[in-house]
Design a protein around this ligand. Structure first.
Ligand code: ADP
Ligand code: NA
Length: 340
C-alpha cells in the first residue's frame, strides 16, 4: 500500500522562529516516518512583500539547513526549494484563470496585510493563495499540515481543486487518459495533535511572526544564548502572582508556559507543579535555560550542515529532481485537460 503524501513548507522571509518550529517543523519530524513527505522552502512566497535580494538568497539556504537541523531526515523526506521547480509558477497562472477574484478578495490574510501596506500592494499578495494551492496540488498531496492561520488557505485550495476537476476533469479528460475524471486530488487537513500557536513575546494576543517589526517579539532558532536571555528578560509580563495556563486575561503567561512545556516535553500538570508558584522573576531564567538547552543541538547541527556546502546542494538537487518529476506529471495533465 502506498503511503499517503504530505507536503508542507515555510517562507524564507527572515529567520525561522519558534512559532514556525513548534507550529510546523517540529511536527514534520514525526510525519516523515508515517508518510511520504515533501518539505519545501517556499521562496516564491517570500516576494509578495518588498524584499531584500541578498537576504532572500541567504535565508533560503538557511531555512533548508534548519529543516535538517530540526530533524528532517533527507533520506526519509524530500527537501527542496520551490523556485527550483518551475511548475509552481506555471500552475499558479493556470489556476488564477479559473479562480474567481471574489474568492481571493475574502482571504483574511490578504485583507490584513493590504490594510497595513496601503493601496500599492503587489498583485502577488492577492494571488499567493493560488501559489500555495499549486504547492499542494502539484504533488497530489493527500494531507496538508495546517495551523489555525492556514485553514482558510487550505479551504481555498480544496475549492480550486474541485473547480478544476469539475470544469476540466470530465469526459474529455477521460478520453485523454485521465483516471477517474480527477485532475487533482482534493487534499485534507492534517491537524497537529498539540496545536501549537506561539504568540509574540511582546504582545500575547498577536502570533509570533517573521513580519512583526521588532525582533524582540520572537525567538529565532539561531538566536544566541545572550539574545534569548535578553528577549525573555524583556518580554511582556503582568502583575498577577504565580504562573498559570489558560487564563484569558493573562495571554503572555499562558504563552510562555506553553513554550516552556513544548521545549521541555513536560505535561501541563508537571509544568504547574514545577512553576505554578513561581514569580515572573523566578520563571524567566528557567524558561531561558530550557530554550537554550533545546536550541543548542539544533544550532550545532545547523552549523555542521551549513559548513558543508556540497552536502546541502546535493540534498536540494535530489529533492528538486524528485519534485520536478511529480510536479511535471500533474502540470502536463492540467495543460492537456485545458486544451493545450
Ligand atoms: P510567518 O508567519 O512567520 O511568515 P509562515 O507564513 O512562513 O510564517 O508559516 C510557516 C508555517 O509556520 C505555517 O505552517 C504556519 O502555520 C506556522 N507558523 C507561523 N507562525 C506561527 C506561530 N506563531 N505559531 C504556530 N505556528 C506558526
Ligand atoms: Na505568514
Amino acid at each position: 500500500l502506498a503511503k499517503k503524501r504530505v507536503v508542507s513548507g515555510v517562507q524564507p522571509t527572515g529567520s525561522i522562529h519558534l512559532g514556525n518550529y513548534l507550529g510546523a517543523i517540529k511536527s514534520w519530524v514525526a510525519l516523515q516516518d508515517l508518510y511520504e513527505t515533501l518539505f519545501l522552502v517556499v521562496d516564491l512566497h517570500a516576494i509578495t512583500m518588498p524584499h531584500d535580494v541578498e537576504q532572500l538568497t541567504k535565508s533560503t539556504r538557511t531555512s533548508a539547513a534548519l529543516y535538517i537541523a530540526c530533524g528532517i531526515d533527507p533520506t526519509k523526506a524530500s527537501i527542496f526549494v520551490q523556485s527550483h521547480v518551475p511548475a509552481h509558477a506555471e500552475l499558479t497562472w493556470l489556476l488564477s484563470c479559473v479562480t474567481p477574484i471574489s474568492w481571493l478578495n475574502k482571504m483574511i490574510q490578504f485583507k490584513e496585510k493590504a490594510r497595513k501596506s496601503g493601496e500599492d500592494v503587489g498583485t502577488g499578495l492577492l494571488t499567493y493563495p493560488l501559489l500555495m494551492a499549486s504547492d499542494i496540488l502539484l504533488y497530489q498531496s493527500d494531507l496538508v499540515p495546517v495551523g489555525e492561520d492556514q485553514r482558510q488557505h487550505l479551504e481555498l485550495t480544496r475549492d480550486v481543486a474541485d473547480r478544476v476537476n469539475h470544469l476540466y476533469g470530465g469526459r474529455k479528460w477521460k478520453k485523454l487518459g485521465g483516471r477517474g475524471g480527477k485532475i487533482f486530488k482534493v487534499p485534507e487537513a492534517l491537524v497537529p495533535e498539540t496545536c501549537a500557536r506561539v504568540m509574540s513575546l511582546t504582545d500575547g494576543t498577536a502570533k509570533m511572526s517573521k513580519s512583526a517589526p521588532s525582533d524582540l517579539s520572537r525567538i529565532n532558532l539561531l538566536d544566541t544564548p545572550d539574545q534569548i536571555a535578553n528577549k525573555v528578560k524583556r518580554c511582556k509580563t503582568d502583575s498577577a502572582l504565580g504562573m498559570e495556563f489558560g487564563n484569558e486575561e493573562r495571554p503572555e503567561c499562558n504563552n510562555l508556559l506553553s513554550i516552556y512545556q513544548q521545549v521541555t516535553g513536560k505535561t501541563q500538570q508537571e509544568v504547574i507543579a514545577e512553576c505554578g508558584e513561581m514569580s515572573w522573576g523566578q520563571f524567566k531564567p528557567v524558561l531561558t535555560d530550557a530554550l537554550i538547552a533545546h536550541l543548542q543541538p539544533i544550532q550545532k547541527t545547523y552549523d555542521e550542515v551549513s559548513a558543508d556546502v556540497g552536502y546541502l546542494d546535493s540534498i536540494l538537487a535530489d529533492g528538486a529532481a524528485k519534485a520536478n518529476l511529480l510536479a511535471d506529471t500533474t502540470l502536463q495533465n492540467v495543460y492537456s485537460a485545458m486544451g493545450f
